[in-house]
Design a protein around this ligand. Structure first.
Ligand code: PSU
Ligand code: MN
Length: 308
């Protein structure tokens, strides 16, 4: 690209990318807006360690002091997690926030954009944004879905929270030509629960097959991302009905308070954590760790297949 974006790529990440070794991108709105401090820091560290243990290099992506970082060192990660005033950057916010010298967590959409620019193809997170309940009135559809429709990065998630309208979210992904692949299940998972009640459009159970599908999707010139939906481990899953009550309450509160735009998802996440008295936080951390493990296995297989 002639007008290369100014990315600060951590040396070990840059070396791994150049050598074609396994790298896993990690998002940072989950750190700034998805979890309270210091749980967010503990989560971010443990996820990086899991990626390393599986033989891949973690690249936590964030906007810090107006700079696009691909990989945060330990000191930066610590300061970033403790900064409760950080903004939330979706893909469209990146340039303006950087000009303003801001510090921001990058959403799935922003992280995909930056990962692709850096040459990283595999990305792990907890849950993606999607079509909100009542979107037929509010038009609230996350930019994450649009990004998946135009940026070739494979996103490993645990499905989507039922703060969203899951069937509508799956419809938009189909329209956007995004493969939606559940791992080890015929159902599309719902974040805290192993099933959403919706069938998964596609299924592959093995990291080697997932890596091969990512490569072929790319070789076809598809130009879109892939969504890999990894159900939360049984031992960590929450009772779907119990959590549904808290989610419905949080959605109703957001409407009463007139919460709109980019504030909707952070508001809902914070209210659900409060209403479930932290039970959801433990599940959230467990599923992100589980996704990091799978993403690293896929990245290792992807690197081996690319070298072969
Ligand atoms: N859902 C979660 N946890 C999160 C998010 C969503 O369960 O942390 C974050 C992700 O960064 C996601 C973003 O990309 O919220 C979506 O925001 P919006 O709905 O405003 O597009
Ligand atoms: Mn929105």
């Amino acid at each position: 690209m002639s007008t290369a974006a100014p990315l600060l790529i951590a040396p070990e990440v840059a070396e791994a990318i150049a050598a074609g070794r396994a790298v896993v991108a990690l998002e940072s709105t989950i750190i700034t807006h998805g979890m309270p401090y210091p749980d967010n820091l503990a989560m971010a560290r443990s996820v990086e360690a899991i990626v390393r243990d599986a033989g891949a290099v973690p690249a936590t992506i964030a906007l810090v002091g107006g700079q696009f970082h691909i990989g945060l060192g330990e000191a930066l990660l610590e300061a970033f997690a403790a900064d409760r005033g950080a903004a939330k950057a979706s893909g469209r916010d990146l340039a303006v926030l950087a000009v303003q010298g801001a510090t921001a967590g990058t959403t799935v959409s922003a992280t995909m954009l930056l990962a692709a620019r850096a040459g990283i193809r595999i990305f792990a997170t907890g849950g993606i944004g999607g079509v909100h309940r009542g979107a037929e009135n509010t038009f609230d559809i996350s930019a994450d879905l649009i990004e998946l429709g135009r940026t070739p990065v494979a996103v490993v998630c645990a499905g989507t929270k039922s703060i969203l309208d899951i069937p509508k979210t799956l419809e938009v992904l189909e329209t956007q030509r995004v493969p939606v692949i559940a791992v080890g299940s015929d159902d599309f998972p719902a974040f805290y629960a192993r099933t959403s009640g919706a069938k998964t459009p596609q299924r592959l159970d093995d990291p080697v097959a997932l890596a091969a599908a990512i490569r072929l999707h790319e070789q076809l010139g598809s130009g879109t991302g892939l969504l890999i939906a990894n159900p939360i481990p049984q031992a960590d899953a929450l009772d779907g009905d119990a959590i549904e009550h808290s989610i419905a309450a949080a959605v109703a509160e957001a409407a009463v308070h007139g919460i709109a735009g980019k504030d909707v998802t952070p508001f809902l996440l914070a209210r659900i954590t409060a209403l479930t008295e932290g039970r959801s936080l433990a599940a959230n951390i467990a599923l992100v760790q589980n996704n990091a493990r799978l993403a690293a296995a896929i990245a290792v297989a992807y690197a081996a297949q690319t070298r072969a």
